[in-house]
Design a protein around this ligand. Structure first.
Ligand SMILES: Nc1ncnc2c1ncn2[C@@H]1O[C@H](COP(=O)(O)OP(=O)(O)OP(=O)(O)O)[C@@H](O)[C@H]1O
Ligand SMILES: [Mg+2]
Length: 242
C-alpha cells in the first residue's frame, strides 16, 4: 500500500526528516511513536502532500505509483485520508455539507450518529469545537471518505474515556479490523503518545521516530511497554541496539 524510501523532508529550509524508510502492506495498521518535535506530523503531512513540506530526496510510493510530486488533492482522490493533529476551522462551511463534498453518496446522518455527533452537522467545520469534538469531526470526515490509507495524527489527544472507545471503533472499521486479515485491503498509520487508544483498536507493527528518523520497529505493545519503562532513547537502546 505504502512504501517510503530514504525520504528526507525540510520545512522552510530546515531539514526535519532524514532518510525515513517505511513499508505498510494492505490490511496492516502501524503505530508511530516518538518524542515531541521529532517529525511524526511532518512525515504524515509529507505523505498527504502539503506543499510546504519539501521533499529533498527519496520517494513516496502509494499503490505502486510514485506520488512524491503529486498534488495533495490527487493523492486524496487516489485514497489517502488524514485526521489532522490540529485541523483549521472552516468558516462558512457546515460539517454536513463538507461530508457531501467529500462523498456525495455518503449517508451523512448515519455517520454523524455513529460518532455521536448529530448536533454538529449544522455547525461550521471545527468552529468553536472543543479539543475532543475536533477529533470526532476529523473521524466523521474520514468515515465519509473511506480512504484506502488512513493516517491518524493523535486522534486520541484531548478525547475523554467514552469517546476514545468510539474513535477506536471507527478506526477499526476504517481499517477493516472487523473482517478476517486475509480479506483486508485497507491500511492505517496512527501517531499516539499514550497508547490508551491502542486498547480499542488493533495495530500490527510499531515504529519509533527519534530526530527525524525511524530508529526502531517491532511489536506495538512491547515497544510501548519499553518506552514507558525507559523512555524513547532507552527503548531504542534496549530493543534496537545499533
Ligand atoms: N515552519 C517551520 N519552521 C521551522 N521549523 C518547523 C516549522 N514547522 C515545523 N517545524 C519543526 O519541525 C519539527 C517537527 O515537527 P512535527 O510537528 O513533525 O513534530 P511531531 O513529532 O509531530 O511532534 P508532536 O509530538 O509535538 O506533535 C519541530 O521541531 C517543529 O518545530
Ligand atoms: Mg505531531
Amino acid at each position: 500500500m505504502l512504501e517510503i524510501e530514504d525520504l528526507s523532508v525540510s520545512i522552510g529550509g530546515k531539514q526535519i526528516l532524514k532518510d525515513v524508510n517505511l513499508r505498510i502492506g494492505p490490511g496492516e495498521t502501524h503505530a508511530l511513536f516518538g518524542p515531541n518535535g521529532t517529525g511524526k506530523t511532518t512525515l504524515l503531512n509529507a505523505i498527504a502532500g502539503i506543499p510546504r513540506y519539501a521533499v529533498d530526496s527519496g520517494k513516496i510510493i502509494f499503490k505502486g505509483m510514485d506520488i512524491t510530486q503529486m498534488p495533495m488533492d490527487e493523492r486524496a482522490k487516489l485514497g489517502i485520508g488524514m485526521a489532522f493533529q490540529r485541523p483549521p476551522a472552516i468558516r462558512g462551511l457546515r460539517l454536513k455539507d463538507l461530508i457531501k463534498i467529500i462523498n456525495p453518496q455518503a449517508d451523512a446522518a448515519a455517520i454523524l450518529k455513529k460518532m455521536d455527533f448529530d448536533a454538529f452537522g449544522e455547525r461550521e467545520v471545527n468552529r468553536g469545537f472543543s479539543g475532543g469534538e475536533v477529533k470526532r469531526s476529523e473521524m466523521v470526515q474520514l468515515l465519509a471518505q473511506q480512504p484506502d490509507l488512513v493516517m491518524l495524527d493523535e486522534p486520541d489527544s484531548g478525547v475523554d474515556l467514552e469517546n476514545i472507545k468510539l474513535i477506536g471503533g471507527a478506526i477499526n472499521q476504517l481499517t477493516q479490523k472487523d473482517i478476517r486479515p486475509s480479506s483486508r485491503t485497507k491500511s492505517g498509520i496512527i501517531i499516539t503518545h499514550f497508547g490508551h487508544i491502542l486498547e480499542y483498536m488493533k495495530t500490527d507493527r510499531a515504529h519509533v521516530m527519534v530526530g527525524g528518523s525511524i530508529v526502531c520497529s517491532g511489536n506495538p505493545s512491547e515497544i510501548l511497554e519499553q518506552i514507558k519503562k525507559s523512555g524513547y532513547e532507552g527503548c531504542v537502546a534496549c530493543l534496537c541496539p545499533a
